[in-house]
Design a protein around this ligand. Structure first.
Ligand code: IMP
Ligand code: MG
Length: 177
């Protein structure tokens, strides 16, 4: 565990709750009469996914995919994306929404987009709770974005630093002292 750090609350649990509700309602409206297949990117998206699905009023299935882009104890992406665990079902003819906690450099999402789009989904969209456009390297954007944030390292609500802080209810800026 780390010892010298400070957390500054950045997005409160109430703000998150109403934004996730808004995202769920928008997705429900956009896919009216359709079924969805939501694919969460582990581990960061799992809490967001749990709240998002309960705000979508459509028949849907959920699956998860696991990738790793950060190596060791760092707040910077290594740029190398590795597939750790694939989805358990085919995607063909399904409305796929990839659910991510945050788009940072965009390298993870562009890797996943390439990997999944060739599996012939009926449609393919990306939903990210947070977006840090200042840090973008790969040219990619999410179709549904909760909050656009500045270049700060944030934790909580599923987002971690070295595996920790995922259980915090608010999203906070992590300052290492
Ligand atoms: P990207 O490939 O650089 O876009 O990185 C995406 C992944 O990096 C996300 O799924 C997160 O797991 C992680 N990440 C990027 N920025 C942050 C942050 O501010 N806090 C926690 N994790 C982050
Ligand atoms: Mg992560």
């Amino acid at each position: 565990m780390i010892s010298n750090y400070k957390l500054e609350t950045f997005i409160t649990r109430d703000e998150i709750e109403s934004k996730v509700k808004e995202l769920g309602e928008k997705i429900t409206e956009d896919f009216k009469g359709e079924e969805l297949f939501l694919v969460g990117v582990l581990k960061g998206s799992w809490i967001f996914m749990a709240d998002l699905v309960r705000n979508i009023d459509l028949p849907l299935e959920v699956s998860f995919i696991s990738v790793s882009s950060y190596v060791g104890q760092t707040t910077k992406s290594s740029g190398v994306v590795r597939l750790l665990c694939d989805i358990d079902k085919p995607l063909n003819d399904r409305n796929v929404i990839l659910v991510e906690d945050i788009v940072d450099t965009g390298l993870t999402l562009s890797y996943l987009k390439k990997l999944l789009e060739v599996r012939n989904p009926k449609s393919f969209k990306i939903c990210a709770l947070l977006d840090k456009p200042e840090r973008r390297i790969a040219e990619i954007s999410a179709d549904y974005v909760g909050f656009t944030i500045p270049d700060e390292f944030v934790v909580g609500y599923g987002l971690d630093y070295n595996g920790y802080f995922r259980n915090l209810k608010d999203i906070s800026i992590l300052k290492l002292l």
